[in-house]
Design a protein around this ligand. Structure first.
Ligand code: TEU
Length: 557
C-alpha cells in the first residue's frame, strides 16, 4: 500500500473552510445586520482558529426574501452589507492572512427583482427566454389561470409554478415565488453567469460555492404522481456538461469550488468531483441529515438514528474514495439546526462541552474537506425561541402554517419548527456577554440565543478546555497529518448501535476513530498497542468502554 498521498488529496484534505452567514456574523455599523466590514474586523479571530477559506453567503443586491439567496444584481454589494470598497478591503485583508474567499453563486434562480426578470415581465422576448415560462391553457384568465404546467411542489411549499398576469404566462420557481428559475438551456444565460464568475475572480476571490447546482438542468416537464417533482429536475441530463462549461468559461479551473447538491446520489457526486472531469472540486450533500426525519419528512422531530447515520457516512466516504470523488464534510450550515442540540446534548454546560467536541472529532478525521459553520466552533446551540413571531425564515413560516393545515396542533407545529428551523443556525454569533452578544449594539434582525451570557467567544478563546480550543487542535492536526488528508478510509463494524467507528490507513500507519453518540457508556473497538491520537477526554480511557459522548482516535505507527 502506498504511503504517499496524491497532490489533490494533500491540497484539499489539508484545507478547512468556514461558512459565514453574513447577516448574523458581525455588525460593524450598528444597524442590526452583519456586514462585510464586520467580517474584516474578525479576520484575526478566523486566522487564529486556523481556517483556510471563508465561504460567505450572498451579499449581493437583494430584496432579502430568502436571506440573500434571491439575487437582484450579481455584480453589486447590497448597501445593507456594505460597499464594493468594503469587499475589496476584505479580500485584501483575508488574502494577506492566507485566507481565501469563496463566494456563494445562486445560479439556479434569480430574484424577481433582478433586471432580467423585470424585463421579462415587461414583455422583452430576449429576457423571457432567460426563464422557464409556459403558456396557460386556452381560456385562462388572470383570476383563474387554470392548472399549472406540472404538479411539482416548491421546496418552500405550494406549487412550483406561479402565474404572471402581466406576461400571461406561468414561470417556474423551485424555491420561493420570488425566485424564478433560470433557463440553462439558453446559451446566453450560461454566458452571463460565467461572466459573473470572471468579475469576482478579478476582485480577488479564490473559490466559489454553487447553490443547488444540480437542479440547473430540468429533464422532462411532466406531472409527478410518485413524489414532489424532484426526480424530473435533480441531477438532470446536462448538469455535468453545464458545469464543465461554467468552470472553463468562468476561468475557475484552479480555484476551490463546492457544489451544493440537493437530493443527489453518490454516483452523480463522483462525476461532479472527479478531477479528470474538470467540474467541481467537491460536493456538499445532505443524506446524513435524513437521520432524524420521522415518517420520511424533514418537518418532524425525532432522535437521530445513529446506525443510519453510520451507514450513510460509510457509503459516502467509502464510495467517493474508491471512485476518486471528494466530499465536503460538515454537521451543519445556514439551513440546518445547531449540531450540538441535534446530535449532541445541550442540557448542561458539561454535556454540551463534551458532545460539541465529539462531533467535529468524528467528521474532521474523515476523508474530505471539513466545513465549520459560524458559532459551531463555540458549541452554539439552538436559540430556545418560545414564539413563532421570533422566526424570520420564509420556509419556517410557510411550514408552520402548512403543518397546521395538514392537521398538526399549533403546539406540535411549533415544536417541530423550534427543532428544525433554519433560523436555529441564523441567530447572531455569540462574541461576548454584553447586550446582543457583542454582535451589534442595537437589536439584531433576529434574536440572540438564550445562553450567550456564558456561551461566547470571549469566554472560550483562552480556555484550553473550550470547544473553540478543541476545534483549533483538530484543524492543526488535519494540516499536520497526511493520513487524515489522504489516507484510505474503511468503516468498522460498530460494537454498539450508538457508536460510529472507522479506520484510516496510509502505508504502515493507521488511525482508528471511535465516537459514542450517547450519554451512556458503550463498548469500544479494541485499540491495543495504539496511542491516543486525539480525544475529547483528557484522561485515557480503559480501552474497553467509551465514556458518555467520548470521541477518541488511536494511532499505530
Ligand atoms: O438551499 C438548498 C435547498 O435545497 C434548501 O431547500 C434546503 O434543503 C432547505 O433550506 C432545507 O434545509 C439553498 C440555500 O442553502 C438556501 O439557503 C436557499 O434558501 C436555497 O438554496 C434557495 O436558494
Amino acid at each position: 500500500m502506498s504511503s504517499v498521498i496524491s497532490e489533490r488529496d494533500a491540497f484539499l484534505g489539508g484545507k478547512v473552510a468556514y461558512e459565514i452567514y453574513i447577516r448574523s456574523f458581525n455588525d460593524s455599523n450598528d444597524d442590526g445586520v452583519g456586514d462585510l466590514k464586520g467580517i474584516t474586523q474578525r479576520l484575526d479571530y478566523l486566522a487564529d482558529l486556523g481556517v483556510d477559506y471563508l465561504w460567505i453567503t450572498p451579499f449581493f443586491v437583494s430584496p432579502l426574501k430568502d436571506g440573500g439567496y434571491d439575487v437582484a444584481d450579481y455584480r453589486n454589494v447590497d448597501p445593507v452589507f456594505g460597499t464594493m470598497d468594503d469587499f475589496d478591503e476584505l479580500a485584501r485583508e483575508a488574502n494577506a492572512r492566507g485566507i481565501g474567499l469563496m463566494l456563494d453563486m445562486v445560479f439556479n434562480h434569480t430574484s424577481d427583482q433582478h433586471e432580467w426578470f423585470q424585463k421579462a415581465l415587461a414583455g422583452d422576448p430576449k429576457y423571457q427566454a432567460y426563464f422557464i415560462l409556459r403558456d396557460p391553457e386556452p381560456g385562462a384568465t388572470p383570476e383563474d389561470p387554470g392548472k399549472p404546467p406540472t404538479n411539482w411542489d416548491s421546496k418552500f411549499g405550494g406549487n412550483a409554478w406561479a402565474f404572471s398576469p402581466q406576461m400571461n404566462k406561468w414561470y417556474l420557481h423551485l424555491y420561493d415565488v420570488s425566485q424564478p428559475d433560470l433557463d440553462w438551456t439558453n446559451p446566453e444565460v450560461r454566458a452571463e453567469l460565467a461572466d459573473v464568475l470572471r468579475f469576482w475572480v478579478d476582485h480577488g476571490v479564490r473559490g466559489f460555492r454553487f447553490d443547488v447546482i444540480n437542479n440547473i438542468s430540468k429533464g422532462s416537464f411532466e406531472d409527478d404522481f410518485e413524489g414532489d417533482g424532484r426526480r424530473f429536475y435533480t441531477d438532470g441530463p446536462y448538469v455535468d456538461e453545464y458545469l464543465r462549461e461554467l468552470v472553463r468559461e468562468g476561468g475557475i479551473g484552479d480555484l476551490m469550488t463546492v457544489g451544493e447538491m440537493s437530493s443527489t446520489t453518490i454516483e452523480h457526486c463522483i462525476n461532479y468531483t472527479k478531477p479528470e472531469n474538470n467540474e467541481l472540486t467537491m460536493a456538499f450533500s445532505f443524506h446524513h441529515f435524513r437521520v432524524d426525519n420521522a415518517g420520511g419528512t424533514r418537518w418532524s422531530k425525532a432522535k437521530a438514528n445513529i446506525p443510519m447515520l453510520r451507514d450513510t457516512f460509510a457509503a459516502w466516504q467509502e464510495r467517493m474514495a474508491e471512485a476518486g470523488g471528494w466530499n465536503a464534510v460538515f454537521w451543519t450550515c445556514h439551513d440546518q439546526p445547531r449540531p450540538a442540540t441535534r446530535f449532541g446534548d445541550d442540557s448542561t454546560p458539561e454535556l454540551l462541552n463534551v458532545s460539541a467536541k465529539m462531533l467535529p472529532l468524528c467528521t474532521f478525521l474523515m476523508r474530505g474537506t471539513p466545513y465549520v459553520y459560524q458559532g459551531e466552533e463555540l458549541g452554539m446551540t439552538n436559540p430556545g425561541f418560545t414564539g413563532i413571531d421570533q422566526y424570520r425564515d420564509v420556509e419556517s413560516i410557510n411550514y408552520y402554517q402548512i403543518m397546521q393545515d395538514e392537521g398538526k396542533s399549533e403546539q406540535e407545529a411549533f415544536e417541530i419548527i423550534a427543532y428544525k428551523s433554519r433560523d436555529n443556525g441564523r441567530t447572531p454569533v455569540q462574541w461576548n456577554s454584553s447586550a446582543y452578544a457583542g454582535f451589534s449594539t442595537v437589536e439584531p434582525w433576529i434574536g440572540v440565543g438564550c445562553n450567550y451570557e456564558w456561551l461566547n467567544a470571549a469566554a472560550e478563546i483562552d480556555d484550553p478546555d473550550s470547544v473553540y480550543s478543541f476545534f483549533k487542535r483538530l484543524i492543526a492536526l488535519r494540516k499536520a497529518e497526511p493520513i487524515i488528508q489522504g489516507g484510505d478510509i474503511r468503516f468498522l463494524e460498530s460494537p454498539a448501535p450508538q457508536v460510529i467507528a472507522y479506520e484510516r490507513t496510509l502505508g504502515d500507519e493507521h488511525v482508528v476513530v471511535q465516537c459514542n453518540f450517547s450519554g451512556e457508556e458503550q463498548p469500544a473497538v479494541a485499540a491495543e498497542g495504539g496511542e491516543v491520537f486525539v480525544s475529547n477526554y483528557k484522561e485515557a480511557g480503559d480501552g474497553k468502554t467509551l465514556r458518555p459522548w467520548e470521541g477518541t482516535a488511536y494511532v499505530w505507527r
